[in-house]
Design a protein around this ligand. Sequence first.
Ligand code: NAD
Ligand code: DAU
Length: 332
Amino acid sequence: MSNLLITGGAGFIGANFVRYLIENTDHRVTVLDKLTYAGSRASLAGLPGDRVNLVVGDIVDADVVAPLVENADAVVHFAAESHNDNSLEDPTPFLSTNIIGTFTLLEAVRRAGTRFHHISTDEVYGDLELDDPERFTESTPYNPSSPYSSTKAGSDLLVRAWVRSFGVQATISNCSNNYGPLQHVEKFIPRQITNVIDGVSPRLYGQGRNVRDWIHVDDHSSAVLAILERGRIGETYLIGADGERSNVEVVEAILGLMGRDAGAYDLVTDRAGHDLRYAIDSSKLRDELGWAPSFGDFEKGLESTIAWYRSNEGWWREQKHAAEQKYALTGQ
Ligand code: NAD
Ligand code: DAU
């Protein structure tokens, strides 16, 4: 049994990963999370107190980070400012958390000699044309578009440099768009599900033709665990589950599954610099580590996600109000 330090473990993917670890391994977990607007204690509710410990703190604070890293056998680094729209309104916390926070963790793992896994995004590669037959691979050049994705790209490059220059024992994964329970309602899928629950039309940016490559969050977790256990140090692995859908297709599926008219959505102001399409080729992860996704059927995964939001209004109601107030300011 090992002690894992999970940064950002009270956020969407981090909390699902902690839950996945508790169900599928013997590891003990310390979560380090600042509990920003995106993190909540409620996302860790019900987990065994003898295996999961939450430390509320900032990854930018070296005095908080150092002792936690020293007591850990490995660090899995999820903490980030994660929402593109927010990064367009105010990039400042993205620079601090995503760049300085990752730097702070790297210095701590360098000193302590601790294994490090860095969670990143396919957005570092920029976007693809709708008809491009190529997908992103580990050798696609970095070309980020937004303040969010450029700070994630910067954090990836820091990890690569710390591996090469200081011999830090790190791996990196870049995953496509996640969906599932516990996702903040500012994000596309939960925003539209909760809109429909509230009797409000889903909001599609632009013409809704942008494509994202959806993966269930539990498949992201199983991939991260495989990389942590069997990944080669210094390597990057792309995580994806062949789930490309246009935004309008996703909204039509949500409306259909929730018993509404397929055309009952509004087109709203587009996102500035909106990436057109993401698509992941995850052959390296599959061939080298034998990983495969379990959620083959996106519509089934969407159905269970809708059921989760219907049953857990107490978890999302407060954040819904705040998120929609922000969107109202940009006409989205
Ligand atoms: P999220 O916004 O839901 O959660 C982020 C968590 O980090 C929150 O709990 C927040 O409180 C915490 N946090 C933020 N700043 C912090 C700080 N300075 N110190 C400590 N904790 C801090 O994000 P998410 O969607 O779960 O994404 C998690 C990671 O996965 C991010 O690194 C993101 O770039 C990456 N990622 C996300 C997706 C996706 O589809 N959501 C896809 C690929 C990669
Ligand atoms: O690709 C991985 C990335 O996926 C992660 O790195 C990010 O952390 C995560 O937020 C996500 O980024 P996106 O910008 O793709 O996700 P978002 O949920 O914000 O939007 C998905 C798509 O839906 C995008 O094309 C914008 C569009 N959209 C979004 C919202 C919130 C709408 O059309 N309407 C909306 O209301």
